[in-house]
Design a protein around this ligand. Structure first.
Ligand SMILES: *Cc1c(COP(=O)(O)O)cnc(C)c1O
Length: 367
């Protein structure tokens, strides 16, 4: 399915014949929000059985016509990634650990019975899009260009089996500073009626289906006045897993940092991995181990737990201030952002934006 010949695939360049006029683009870039504005171009690459990856194009962003029988519309054979391109202080553009997204994309592909893409082809596709749409970086402080690579079964066929035809696309969306005025702590709802992933399921794969299943519990959290839902494990309804799209960390008063282990039911976040590395460098004791909802409540009450935060590419690090569920509610620390949460966040953001030294080779400059 993969090979060095394929990774040398040439991306055909088709400039947009009528890109968004500069004035409208600049207006959109002044306050882009998240996920509603898109750049002029997209990358597309086709895969079919026997032929492998072919027809790589960097062309105008446009609607795609699908046969009503297209497999993804019926059986949800789809995976995606999310990463950001940053403008560094020296004016250059960079991606944060894009090879990790490429690796995870292939892990997701294997779980969803989809073809793998050579990692360098994945990174090149993302790089090409950033280069062609380099005028789409938000002008706002703390802005970035969010990149969404994804792949779906494009074969028109209603039988249930892995498709023989796939489409890989990358689109770009300018993203504002998630938190313009400081980082507010979020309130989260513990779902006891729904779970996100079960052992042996697709919890560790970044697939659209996981998100579809999380919408009702997420809506329930909003309805009850909270920002996010936190899921417990499917077997015992006891162990904390993650939010719908962010991993969780717990800061203890003895300098220990706890995060749920990658047991197959949570998504292996790249932000999670980066923070684990940074925390070890801060000489914190890092433990990837199960942490229960009861322990969380008890530790928050006794003061053993100082802070809790969620992390992911979109918002980077978000403090959790308040937790509620059917068994009652509790506040973490003062209910606002904690010291270590802020410190780790600043450290990571500094590396991502090029204001702090990149000692791990995480920042990939786009020439
Ligand atoms: C993408 C995602 C995360 C965060 O991963 P990052 O690589 O840090 O962005 C966490 N949980 C879920 C369910 C996700 O889909």
């Amino acid at each position: 399915m993969s090979g060095s010949a394929e990774s040398a695939l040439v991306f055909n360049q088709i400039p947009h014949p009528a890109p968004v006029p500069g004035a409208s683009r600049d207006q959109a870039l002044a306050d882009p929000g998240f996920g509603t504005i898109f750049s002029d171009h997209m990358v597309s690459v086709e895969w079919s059985e026997g032929k492998g990856w072919h027809d790589a194009v960097v062309g105008p962003r446009q609607p795609i016509a699908l046969d009503p029988a297209t497999a993804v519309l019926h059986y949800a054979q789809e995976i995606f990634e999310g990463l950001k391109a940053y403008k560094l202080t020296d004016g250059s553009m960079a991606l944060f650990r894009p090879e990790e997204n490429a690796r995870r994309f292939n892990q997701s592909a294997r779980r969803l019975a989809m073809p793998e893409m050579p990692e360098d082809m994945f990174v090149e596709a993302v790089r090409q899009l950033v280069l062609v749409d380099k005028d789409w970086f938000p002008s706002v402080e703390g802005g970035s260009l969010y990149l969404r690579p994804f792949m779906f079964a494009s074969e028109p066929f209603l039988g249930v089996r892995p498709a023989k035809q796939y489409k890989f696309l990358v689109i770009a969306s300018p993203a504002g500073n998630y938190f313009k005025s400081g980082v507010p702590a979020v309130s989260i709802w513990v779902s006891s009626d729904y779970t996100r992933a079960a052992p042996g399921g697709t919890g560790a794969a970044k697939c659209g289906g996981n998100y579809a299943a999380s919408l009702v519990p997420q809506a329930e959290a909003i309805e009850r006045g909270h920002d996010q839902v936190v899921f417990l494990d499917a077997a015992e309804h006891k162990w904390i897993e993650e939010l719908g799209g962010m991993n969780l960390f717990f800061v203890m008063n003895d300098g220990t940092l706890i995060t749920p282990p990658l047991s197959g039911t949570i998504l292996p976040g790249i932000t999670r991995d980066s923070l684990l590395t940074l925390a070890r460098e801060e000489e914190l004791t890092v433990r990837e181990e199960r942490y229960s909802i009861d322990q969380w409540r008890d530790d928050a009450a006794s003061g053993k737990l100082l802070e809790t935060f969620a992390c992911g590419t979109a918002a980077v690090v978000t403090p959790v201030g308040h937790v509620a569920g059917h068994d009652g509610e509790f506040t973490i620390g003062s209910g606002g952002p904690g010291q270590l949460t802020s410190k780790l966040r600043e450290k990571l953001v500094g590396i991502q934006r090029g204001t702090a030294a990149d000692q791990h080779g995480w920042v990939t400059k786009i020439a």
